[in-house]
Design a binder for this molecule. Structure first.
Ligand code: ZN
Length: 383
């Protein structure tokens, strides 16, 4: 595929807003349906088998396939949704190109990977002759929130011999990333009129003590081990709620906690460690309740000696002249895939650190190189 054609693929994707609606209504640029239908149409037009499969109401995944010589499957996945485009430094869906860079919401995360995988898939399909292994490409919904697009495919029985997850890795091969567990902590108290505060128990003051302790805990180094690529696990309190009226002593205060997990760390044990620490650190009963995790996304790590890593590194070196292996702090679909027993690496165009920024952009040269890498991996079966 010519570079201009690959550029057009990504520009067209960026021009179709697909902001994750979280659990709100879809439509008006929120939701993945429009961009999914576009991808399905482009692939079918090029003679690639493609279909939509609903992941959530009105929010489909795209599933495409090029049959190979064997039943073994190499799975290429990238996501359809983006984070919000509010507060961006320029018009987010114009897909304007300047100095070899295309800018816009989703330019790097993750429409660059979607476009590069589409280009590779079309090239393989049009080239004729079957690749050694069947190639599946999925463009998935809801990655930026709860990863339910990928989960619905895994729950539906989709599997593979190996997987490549397209995310902006700056053409580095990511072999380890963290996971995350989100949970809540609440303190309770006794509500009374604010004119007689001594008769009540202020749940917000109690939470203040919890927060002082948790701040010290987080600064002291979270988790039991230091990962060679990723360093220590982390903990951050992101939301606090408490009290309803200024003239009432509040009987409840709640915080939401984001605990980043080392690749092999167990979420429930990590949360139990937080609870145990607080139980010891707090000198008094503050009516503390620590919830079970509401959302857990596993981290991942794969050996640098693994055949998949070696195969990807070989191809990346052929195309770019180098093949750095790296770790990533954020989560990706590779964690879920590895948990399902599918060896996976993360590799894609767009610089790490561009994701979710007000000035998100994509170097088009990286897009072309990623498309070339994906095409070669599809043609050699990732081996
Ligand atoms: Zn992403």
């Amino acid at each position: 595929m010519k570079p201009e054609q690959v550029h057009k693929l990504v520009a067209d994707l960026v021009a179709i807003p697909s902001v994750n609606p979280l659990d709100g209504p879809v439509g008006n640029g929120r939701g993945e349906a429009e961009v999914a239908a576009h991808i399905e149409a482009v692939l079918k037009e090029a003679g690639v088998e493609a279909e939509l499969r609903e992941a959530l109401p009105g929010r489909p995944n795209v599933v495409a396939r090029v049959p190979g010589q064997s039943d073994e499957i190499v799975w290429f996945d990238a996501h359809l949704d983006t984070v919000s485009a509010e507060g961006m430094a320029f018009e987010p869906f114009e897909a304007k190109v300047e100095n070899g860079k295309l800018r816009g919401r989703g330019a790097a995360d993750d429409k660059a990977s979607v476009a590069a995988m589409m280009a590779a898939l079309i090239a393989v399909a049009e080239g004729g002759g079957k690749p050694p292994k069947t190639v599946i490409f999925t463009a998935t919904a809801d990655e930026e929130y709860q990863m339910r697009g990928l989960m619905s495919l895994l729950e539906g029985g989709m599997t593979a011999t190996t997987a490549i997850v397209g995310e902006p890795s700056g053409l580095e091969i990511v072999i380890a990333h963290k996971g995350v567990a989100r949970f809540r902590m609440a303190t309770s108290g006794k509500a009374v009129h604010s004119s007689r505060p001594d008769d009540g128990v202020n749940a917000i003051y109690r939470m203040g003590k919890v927060l002082t302790a948790i701040d010290a805990y987080a600064k002291g180094g979270v988790g039991r081990e230091t990962h060679p690529m990723l360093g220590r696990a982390t903990l951050s309190v992101g939301v606090i709620r408490g009290g309803e009226y200024v003239n009432v002593v509040p009987d409840r205060c709640e915080v939401e906690v984001d605990r980043r997990l080392a690749p092999d760390e167990d979420a429930r044990r990590a949360i139990a460690d937080v609870r145990d620490y607080l139980t010891n650190a707090l000198q008094e009963d503050v009516g503390l309740k620590v919830s079970a995790p509401e959302l857990t996304i596993p981290g991942m790590s794969i050996s640098s000696e693994h055949a998949l890593v070696q195969a990807v590194a070989g191809v990346v070196r052929e195309v770019t002249g180098k093949a750095p292996l790296s770790g990533m702090q954020g989560t990706t679909h590779a964690g879920q895939l590895m948990q399902a027993g599918i060896p996976a690496v993360v590799f894609g165009p767009g610089q790490m650190g561009q994701s979710h920024t007000a000035t998100e952009e994509l170097a088009l040269e990286q897009l072309e190189q990623a498309a070339a890498v994906y095409e070669r991996l599809m043609r050699n079966g990732c081996q």
